[in-house]
Design a protein around this ligand. Sequence first.
Ligand code: OAD
Length: 255
Amino acid sequence: MTTGDAQIERAVEMIAGARRVGVLSGAGVSAESRIPTFRDAMEGLWRSFDPQELATPEAFARDPERVTRWYDFRRRKCLDAQPNPGHLALADLEEVMRDRGGWVTVLTQNVDGLHQRAGSRDVVELHGSIMTWRCCESGRRFRDLPAQFEEYPPKSPEGALLRPDVVWFGEALPETALERAYEVAATCEVFLTVGTSSVVYPAAGFTQMAREHGASTIEINPDETPASEVVDLSIRGRSGEVLPLIVAGVRKALE
Ligand code: OAD
């Protein structure tokens, strides 16, 4: 048996013995769907820009056309992408746990909507969604957006500016999402952190919090992160490869 097999087996044991599972997901989970990460999104025309200078309220106030063009370019990339085996495995795990009277809640830092498209029902969007845009004046949210906006910056029916419903640098995370995240971290029996560099707070603190509340903690990431030292089990691998193996193992263990 290779170390990888032993680690998968250990993760299966931890999860099959639980009913309440919290997951923190980051850009790495969507990497195999070829969603460009924040920095990778600076391709083509956008190569000369710094993402930190586009994803801020100040950038939007200064140049709403440029910022909305960039976000719409990213929104269309997300629409073209498909959920990968990692997303599908998490949706499957939710079904397994529901059947046992438990739950799986995915706390995601991703704005691409791929967890929901894969079938996950309990998803908390910590950084909002690029699929929803909101009116800067009324706060009204719009989900059924055209394939491409007719003008940049796009306007709401009231004639005010529309902006993507995402959290920009310097903005607070949505309060209800944060409250749910703390609740999940405090009440889950297993906490999985997948495809995140674990450096952006408060999301990075959830693993620690889950641990303090007695949960077993697992990380899945091809690279070492600050969470690697904190978790009970650190699996070096891609989420699209590791998660399907774990969930298949859990299904088998519970047969
Ligand atoms: P990052 O881009 O910081 O980190 C992605 C992580 O995924 C890295 O640790 C990679 O090693 C890992 N990774 C890459 N491919 C993977 C794969 N196939 N399977 C598993 N892991 C893989 O993304 P996040 O941690 O999501 O914030 O970043 C958090 C936040 O910081 C983002 O939401 C964004 C960013 O600045 C805001 O926009 C507010």
